[in-house]
Design a protein. Structure first.
Length: 336
């Protein structure tokens, strides 16, 4: 049978109210008493009842985090950072995968975990802002990412156009003039890719270079294997470039393999940049220069706004940018 609050109280020799105060992280509990109750909770394996907590406090202590695919390194890191930040605030996070489909995103924002969560953070891939704003009103929602956010919802993102300009300008600073862009979708280009290509194009034009559409190398899907196939096929077809700005780190890792297999040296023959600064960028050979979003700032600001909504703030949506940096490594070293 499930361990009850009363069982913990009896085991610890305290009142149910004291156990409840510890479970709810009530601040005015002595360290000695908190340790005593926590020991009883751990030894008995007590788990608070979510519905009971909602009835008692009006909250469940749970948040939902929704995104396309946990196998994508950026989203895996996002999940970890958001979960850690939520835990610091006394909350736990439920993960939802949408598979990057309209049906998946609709399901998550309309009914997923109904009654179990106090709020949701979502990074939509395809759902438009109007539908997102109208789809759910029972819990607060904060939007991450580059898709246009509803005027009524809060959103947090990185300036993708400016970040792509920074990456491309860094490649230009290496004296490269024939710079390709790799990793965007073959069909149905996402807003993320559109913004990053726009920043890449702006940097080229500022340098007096006319962007060449033949230097856009699309990929079938966001994986390193597809990135390798796409860049390899372009090289086999005779396309040549001396710089490569990649939509994400997976595309860049695939490009490294394709170039190595065909005898091109990085960075001597081709300078490469990635995007997201995922942990694997430090151990590729050569290691990857990459755009690094400030993930901690992203998670912290998103949860700040979400908890403000949970606490009753009902103003119009706040749309905010968080910082990014370019982390230089061997594939595109710092320029003196």
């Amino acid at each position: 049978m499930a361990v009850r609050l009363q069982d913990v109280a009896d085991y610890a020799g305290v009142s149910m109210k004291t156990v409840s105060n510890v479970v709810r992280d009530y601040p005015h509990v002595s360290p000695k008493m908190r340790e005593r109750v926590q020991r009883a909770i751990d030894e008995l394996g007590y788990r608070p009842n979510i519905m009971g907590r909602r009835l008692a406090t009006g909250r469940t202590g749970l948040l939902a985090l929704a995104f396309a695919d946990v196998r994508i390194p950026y989203f895996a890191e996002l999940a970890q950072v958001v979960a850690n930040e939520a835990e610091r605030r006394g909350y736990r996070v439920l993960l939802e995968q949408t598979e990057g489909t309209l049906e998946g995103e609709r399901a998550v924002v309309s009914a997923s975990e109904s009654g179990l969560v106090d709020g949701m953070v979502i990074q939509p891939s395809v759902m438009n802002s109007t539908e997102l704003a109208q789809s759910r009103t029972d819990i607060p929602i904060v939007v991450l990412g580059e898709n246009a956010a509803p005027l009524t919802l809060d959103s947090v993102m990185v300036d993708n156009v400016e970040a792509a300009r920074v990456a491309t300008r860094h490649v230009l600073a290496h004296g490269r003039r024939r710079i390709a862009f790799a990793g965007h979708e073959e069909t149905g280009t996402t807003r993320t890719s559109t913004l990053r290509i726009a920043g890449y194009q702006q940097a080229l034009e500022e340098a007096g270079i006319i962007p060449d559409p033949h230097l856009l190398i699309p990929s079938l899907a966001v994986t390193a294997a597809n990135g390798a196939r796409a860049v390899g096929a372009a090289l086999d077809a005779g396309l040549r470039f001396d710089g490569l700005v990649c939509r994400d780190d997976l595309a860049a890792i695939g490009a490294l393999r394709a170039l190595e297999e065909r005898g091109f040296r990085v960075p001597d023959d081709v300078v490469i940049t990635g995007w997201d600064n995922t942990p694997m960028t430090e151990v590729t050979y050569p290691s990857l220069t990459s755009i690094a979003p400030d993930m901690r700032a992203l998670a912290s600001r998103a949860l700040d706004m979400l908890f403000e909504r949970i606490d009753g703030y009902d103003g119009m949506g706040r749309h905010e940018l968080v910082p990014f940096s370019l982390v230089t490594r061997e594939s595109a070293p710092a320029v003196e």
